[in-house]
Design a protein around this ligand. Sequence first.
Ligand code: ZN
Length: 495
Amino acid sequence: MSCPLTSYHTHSQLHQELLSLAERHPRHARLFMVGSSSLGHPLVGIRLSRDLSRLEGPPRAGPLRTRPRVKLIGNMHGNEPVGRELLLYFARYLLESDARRSDPRASAMLDNVDLHILPTMNPDGFARGEEGKCSGGSYRAGRLNEGRRDLNRDFPDFYEWTLLREEPNYTEKDLYDRRQTETKHLMNWILRGNFVLSANFHDGAVLVNYPWDNYHDRERGSGVFRTPDHEEFYMLATGYSLSHATMPNTSAACEQWGHFQDGVTNGADWYPVFGGMQDFNYLFAGTMEVTVEISCCKFPHSRRLLREWEYNKDSLFNFVEQAQKGIMGEVREEAGNRPVPGARIRVRRVGRHQSPSERDWRDSSVTTDESGVFWRILVPGVYDVQAFVTKADPQTKERKTTSTSEVRRVVVQDEKRHRIVNFTLKKYRNKDDDGDDADPATVRSPPAPPSPRPATPPTSEEDAVDSSQIVQTAQPARLRSSKTLSPSDQRLVFQ
Ligand SMILES: [Zn+2]
């Protein structure tokens, strides 16, 4: 093991370090491979969680015992490597502090989160970068991958998302066409990972940037462009920035970019990015990803790394711990009581008047995993929550609701502990199956993810369901028979 945070690791040193961590902490750490870079360097990461073997294997029946999956990704732009080193050290810090019992927060993180750390997704670009060089956006400078592409402009965007939903001849395979090797591997990982929360680390500014990164209306070119989960994204982004030593005062931390309130910005409002990774995560996988800009100098001298760790340590903890905010639960079918993978979850905030309308429903790409479990990050408040399943007609891509649960009312409090809300699905039947607009799912809806994540069977007793957390069950769902008001009438509405 090298002396930490004194120099940048080459790719083989990084690989060695991860290997060594996994070997010394075999119960709680495991290497994973996302794929290989254009030049054949493995995109290797480390998965951290207490007693990992108990999270692996086929799904088992029983109480809910999974943990929210969080990913942290560094070095997307090759010459922005501070996150690469901080993430590598974060993995080491968590495992060693837990082994020594020297930091209860590290041990609690292993207990509560299924953390996936990928220190670099652009090793080829990193090899071209030059330590001490604070700017540069070219291939030679190391920003781009070997295919001379900016990987943060190479992901499917809203346009492809619309094609996938509406164009019968456009398939998931088409999404991958003409993408860079690294992008394809990351897409695959994101689409199949069922991650709840994610951060992607860059340099060249000091702030946190949250979706949307790009306007969906070509006419529009300025101003904040909010997702339906704007408040949640703001909470997540400030969960990082406000715990950071210098980020709350962005203009002092990085003069060239000026002031950003609370050290955060909406991506599109800062500058629109077409094909960015954070929008892809949210739109296609329901994963809430933010982009963290750590160092004003893109590739600072390695003597700076220790200070950067001190600046970012609390932020890293605080950010990942936020995966526990909101709700989680299990969706089962009434007949047979089997877990339902791929069920979708919609929520609506209940205001003071307690009578939210159909239009208040917020749908997103959040779905249950292979063991029928979902996680949904929410800011504190009172919510109605409902699970449902839709099926798409392969010819027309029109989606129809096939089953729904009752609507449950839940109070989410300001704490890092999820509320548990379980659902039972009943077959959805229209009053008039022959009617033109009888099925509430005739409105086109977001795509279901290609396949649920690998199973995560029970881990420990303390994760078992606490039914006392469920506050109130509202009346059974009565879905309106209307093309405009349905569970699948997506309020990913993109106004
Ligand atoms: Zn960058």
